[in-house]
Write a protein that binds this ligand. Structure first.
Ligand code: HEC
Ligand code: HEC
Length: 212
C-alpha cells in the first residue's frame, strides 16, 4: 500500500517536473521529421535536407534557413514547389517526391529547431527605415507591417525573415519582381518587389540577414 502511494507520488512529482521543464520551450523536434531531414524520405539520401539546409537548418548563401520558420509556411512552400507555383530546379523535384505525411513531419521538425539569428546591429539606415516605415510616396507598405520584427513571427502564411542569408533574400525579391515566384495568392510580395529598385533589394537583403 505505502509502496503504491510512494510510487504514485514519485510519478506525480516526475510528471510535474517534466511539465515545468517543458513549459518555456517550444515542442521538441519530432523524431520522424528528423529522420526525413536526414534522408529517410521517399527520395532517400539524395534528398536529405541537411546536406543543403545545414545540420541545424541554418541555411547559407542561396539556401534558406528553415530552423524556426512556421510549419504552416513551410508546408505551403513544399506544396507550391511540388505544384510548380514556386518552380525551382532543386526544390520542385524534392518536394514532389515527399509524401504528404513526410512534408508534415519534416516541417514540424524544422519549426521546432531554435532559429539561428546572425543578428549584429543592422548597418544600413535607409534599408532599416524602408523596413519599418515603408515609403508612403510610392504607396510602399512597411515590411514590418506583415513580417514581425524582433520575435517569432509564427503567422501561418508570413515567414520570419530575420537572419535569412542575404543572397537568398535577394534571389527571392528578384524572383517576385520578375514574376518567377508566383505562389503568393494575392501577389502581395510581387506588388512590393516591383516597386523596389535593385539597389534597394540589395540593401534590404543585407539588412534582413543582419536583423536580430
Ligand atoms: C540539393 C540542395 C537541397 C536539398 C537536398 C533540399 N533543399 Fe530545400 N531548398 C534548397 C534551395 C536552393 C532552396 C531555395 C530555392 C528557391 O530559390 O526557391 C530551398 C528552399 C526550401 C524551402 C523554402 C523555404 C522558405 O523560406 O521559403 C523549404 C521549406 C525547403 N527548401 C525544405 C526542404 C526540405 C524539407 C528538404 C528535405 C526533404 C529540402 N528542402 C532539401 C536546397 C535544397
Ligand atoms: C502585406 C503583407 C506583406 C508585406 C507588407 C511584406 N511582405 Fe514579405 N511576405 C508576405 C507573405 C504573405 C509572404 C509569403 C508568400 C508565400 O506564400 O510564399 C512573404 C514572403 C517574403 C519573403 C520570402 C521569405 C522566404 O523565406 O522565402 C521575403 C524575402 C519577403 N517577404 C520580404 C519582404 C520585404 C523586404 C518587405 C518590405 C519591402 C515585405 N516582405 C513586405 C507578406 C508581406
Amino acid at each position: 500500500m505505502w509502496r503504491a502511494i510512494i510510487f504514485l507520488t514519485t510519478i506525480g512529482a516526475a510528471v510535474s517536473l517534466l511539465a515545468a521543464c517543458n513549459a518555456p520551450v517550444a515542442d521538441p523536434p519530432t523524431l520522424a521529421g528528423e529522420a526525413v531531414a536526414f534522408g529517410a524520405g521517399a527520395g532517400g539520401a539524395r534528398d536529405a535536407c541537411f546536406t543543403c539546409h545545414g545540420l541545424k537548418g541554418e541555411g547559407d548563401g542561396p539556401v534558406p534557413a528553415l530552423a524556426g520558420l512556421s510549419s504552416g509556411y513551410m508546408l505551403k512552400q513544399l506544396k507550391d514547389y511540388a505544384d510548380q507555383w514556386r518552380d525551382d530546379d532543386i526544390m520542385t523535384p524534392i518536394a514532389a517526391r515527399l509524401s504528404d505525411a513526410d512534408r508534415i513531419v519534416v516541417a514540424d521538425y524544422y519549426a521546432g529547431l531554435p532559429p539561428l539569428r546572425k543578428g549584429a546591429a543592422p548597418a544600413d539606415g535607409s534599408a532599416a527605415s524602408l523596413f519599418i516605415e515603408g515609403d508612403p510616396a510610392r504607396a510602399l507598405e512597411p515590411c514590418a507591417a506583415c513580417h514581425v520584427v524582433g520575435g517569432k513571427d509564427f503567422g501561418i502564411a508570413t515567414p520570419i525573415l530575420a537572419g535569412q542569408p542575404a543572397r537568398y533574400v535577394r534571389d527571392q525579391l528578384l524572383a517576385w519582381k520578375e514574376s518567377r515566384r508566383r505562389n503568393d495568392a494575392r501577389d502581395v510580395m510581387g506588388g512590393i518587389a516591383r516597386k523596389l529598385t535593385p539597389e534597394e533589394i540589395d540593401s534590404l537583403a543585407r539588412h534582413i540577414e543582419a536583423m536580430p
